[in-house]
Design a protein. Structure first.
Length: 157
C-alpha cells in the first residue's frame, strides 16, 4: 500500500464511511441533516460490511473491492435511480439534489477502489521490497556467510 492512489482511495472510503455514520446516527435520533437514509437496518449492516472491505482493501485483496462494489451497488443503486427519476420529473428540492450527489459519490468510490486494485502493477505474489530483499534474495550474501561458516570449525572434545 505504498502508492498515492491507494492512500487516496482508502481516505475517500473512510471519509464517506464517516459521513454515513453521522447520517445514520442523526437519522436514528431524529435530527434531519438533509440526507435521507434509504433503509436504516441495511445502512447499519452496510457500515460493518464497509469496515470489513476496508481491511481487505488495505491488505490488497480483490475480494474486498468486489464486496465493497457489490454492496454499494445493491444499496445505493436503486436509491440513485429513484433520485434521478425525481430530478427528471422536474421537482426542485435541495434534499433531492443533496441525495443525488451523495448517491453518485457512493457509486463512484467503489469503482475507483476496484480500478485501483485491478491496475496495481505492484500487486504480485512476491513483491519487491528494497528494505528486505538485500538480505533474503541475495545469493552472494548467502554464499559469503556459508563460506565463513565452513572455515570456523571448532572441535569439541
Amino acid at each position: 500500500m505504498n502508492k498515492l492512489s491507494t492512500w487516496l482511495v482508502i481516505l475517500f472510503m473512510a471519509m464517506f464511511w464517516l459521513i454515513r455514520v453521522v447520517a445514520a446516527f442523526t437519522s436514528s435520533i431524529g435530527i434531519d441533516m438533509g440526507m435521507s437514509i434509504p433503509n436504516m437496518n441495511y445502512e447499519i449492516v452496510l457500515l460493518f460490511i464497509t469496515l470489513l472491505s476496508m481491511i481487505l482493501i488495505v491488505k490488497r485483496k480483490m475480494l474486498g473491492g468486489l464486496i465493497y462494489l457489490v454492496s454499494y451497488l445493491l444499496y445505493f443503486g436503486p436509491a440513485l435511480f429513484n433520485t434521478i427519476l425525481g430530478v427528471m420529473e422536474g421537482s426542485f428540492d435541495v434534499v433531492l439534489y443533496t441525495n443525488l450527489l451523495i448517491y453518485f459519490v457512493a457509486i463512484i468510490i467503489p469503482f475507483g477502489v476496484l480500478f485501483d486494485l485491478l491496475f496495481d502493477k505492484n500487486k504480485q505474489k512476491n513483491p519487491k521490497d528494497k528494505k528486505t530483499d538485500w538480505f533474503y534474495k541475495n545469493e552472494n550474501y548467502d554464499r559469503e556467510v556459508d563460506e565463513r561458516a565452513d572455515k570456523n570449525n571448532y572441535r569439541t572434545l
